[in-house]
Design a protein. Structure first.
Lengths: 283, 269
């Protein structure tokens, strides 16, 4: 059970003067249950890549396999694919349309042709999973705050019970508190249910804390694909493509340069703390 | 799907036609369209087509782009041709079932097809070579005298330029919302008319909301910059006729003269 991208390329506005390469020969394997961070500078092809994973975009070259089947072969059930690979777009709150929160979350499962009871059950569960307060279930989604709207939109995809959940910049435009809450909930959900999660972001801080694997995109190609520790070793290359390593990694590097005996591969605050305490002889 | 509409789309390149004053292009297009409907000889259409061909060549816009705009009106074109072909009274040419094709009808429908084709290509040439902002600037200036009779010329021009500016934005937005709802299992393609109309709700509601939100933001941004209509407003780049613009008017007059001459000669002969 996995997604395999085999030499996938995508050209926008193909055969016109405005043709632009968005993906160049991307090969990836996404196994079950991984928590993956997909990062890259604006325009590096992240969003284009994730739209290929549920068949919204058709590659101009190469193939995509979901559980061993080519998703663009004749007669493949795209609807079924989209229920199993859930994609939450950037600013997903812009897609809300129903009169109340609960009906909006029901939209996804209802489209799958589930019974009314099952639909409501799933909507209820999804709203609980994203920590949406029950007293607002029958409010108009347009009266909610930005963070709550986003929760509803994410629940709308979760209610389809996807095996792979892709979130395109789920924290864009949220304050630090809202950001941490949403990311914590996604991480908790991933642990609890064991689904595959792909988190698209350009913030290293967001990603480093949660994921087991980082894919770095640059100009439509995969630049690095490794564990966070390994990826952050390439600090200079990352800076060259307009990204940065987490702040704590910078601090550790600085400390080492000043003669402190620390390892510089810590990526989260907790790891860095331990490292420094150890170097100070208090670990 | 939505991207096929080229009418009202600007093609960026450097050419003599692009550099012309928008007023010249506007007046030229209107005169060209009138000339198409006044003309009633094949030789005249030949000249009109040649003239347009030369202009297209000069504009450096690939011919494909002009034809793309045609796709949208193919149905209208066929309908017009069919009506003219079968419903014009005159000397019968072919007759089958209840339909009669007359000699006049045939002639008229061919004329109509040529007219519409040249009309669409001609006006696409204008929109392809003029930025929407330039175009509305030109219109505002041309309609200037109407201000005397209290026509809110500036406001109309501003509304038009905003509307034009929003077309690509709303198109992109539609595309995005559509994709997001498809990702939630929405189906915009299958089913009968009623089902299809119902399927549009998840697309239209967010689209309207986003349009209102954008309009609101824009109004706020304009107000923050002290916009208060056309009264006393100056332009950063005021339109000014240059030598080439007068030359273009001259060339246009020549074209019209030739066309009139040709139809006159045709009359005599």
């Amino acid at each position: 059970m996995s997604i395999i991208l085999d030499h996938v390329s995508h050209i926008y506005e193909k055969d016109t003067e405005m043709a632009a390469f968005a993906l160049r020969d991307v090969c990836l394997t996404i196994p079950d249950g991984q928590f993956i961070g997909l990062i890259g500078h604006t325009g590096s092809g992240k969003s284009t890549l994730v739209q290929h994973l549920n068949g919204l975009l058709v590659p101009t070259g190469g193939c995509i396999y979901f559980n061993g089947q080519d998703i663009h072969q004749e007669g493949y059930d795209k609807k079924e694919l989209r229920s199993r690979v859930g994609l939450v777009f950037q600013y997903p709150e812009h897609q809300l349309f129903e009169v109340d929160v609960f009906s909006d979350v029901c939209f996804g499962p209802r489209n799958l042709g589930l019974s009314e009871k099952e639909t409501q059950l799933r909507a209820f569960e999804a709203l609980r999973q994203v920590g949406f307060p029950e007293e607002y279930f029958y409010q108009s989604p347009f009266d909610l705050s930005g963070g709550q709207k986003r929760r509803v939109a994410i629940a709308g995809v979760l209610a389809m019970k996807p095996e792979v959940l892709i979130l395109d910049e789920p924290t864009a435009g949220l304050d630090p508190k809202g950001r941490d809450e949403i990311l914590d909930q996604i991480a908790g959900l991933q642990k609890e249910t064991g689904i595959t999660v792909i988190l698209v972001s350009h913030s290293m801080e967001d990603i480093a804390r949660y994921v087991d694997r980082i894919i770095v995109m640059n100009r439509g190609s995969v630049l690095f694909d490794d564990s966070p520790k390994e990826v952050f070793r390439h600090g200079r290359e990352l800076e060259e493509v307009g990204l940065a390593v987490p702040q704590v990694t910078y601090i550790l590097r600085e400390l080492k340069e000043r003669g402190m005996a620390v390892r510089t591969d810590a990526t989260t605050l907790e790891e860095a703390e331990r490292e420094i305490l150890q170097a100070l002889g208090r670990g | 799907m939505l991207r096929d509409i080229t009418l009202g789309q600007y093609y960026q390149t450097e050419s003599v036609i692009h550099r012309l004053d928008p007023r010249v292009k506007l007046v030229g297009t209107i005169l060209y369209i009138i000339s198409l409907f006044v003309c009633n000889r094949f030789t005249g259409y030949l000249i009109a087509a040649l003239f347009l061909g030369v202009l297209i060549k000069l504009s450096k816009v690939p011919f494909r782009y002009m034809v793309k705009g045609m796709k949208a009106i193919v149905f209208l074109l066929l309908l017009t041709v069919a009506f003219n072909l079968f419903l014009t009274p005159g000397e019968p040419l072919v007759q089958f079932w209840k339909l009669t094709i007359t000699k006049e009808g045939l002639r008229f429908s061919v004329f109509m097809a040529i007219r519409l084709t040249l009309l669409i290509i001609g006006s696409s040439l204008m929109t392809l070579t003029t930025t929407p902002n330039n175009l509305t600037d030109g219109m505002e200036k041309l309609m200037g005298p109407l201000k005397k009779i209290r026509v809110p010329v500036h406001e109309i021009a501003m509304m038009m330029s905003i509307a034009l500016r929003f077309i690509p934005i709303l198109m992109e937005e539609t595309d995005k919302i559509m994709k997001a709802q498809i990702a939630r299992g929405a189906d915009f393609e299958s089913g009968n008319v009623i089902k299809k109309a119902k399927a549009m709700v998840p697309l239209l509601v967010p689209l309207f909301i986003s349009a209102f939100r954008r309009a609101n933001d824009l109004a706020m941004a304009m107000e923050a910059r002290c916009y208060q209509g056309g009264e006393g407003r100056t332009k950063m780049k005021p339109l000014q006729y240059r030598k080439q613009d007068f030359a273009a008017y001259g060339i246009f007059c020549c074209y019209l003269a030739v066309l009139v001459l040709v139809s006159q000669i045709g009359m005599i002969v």
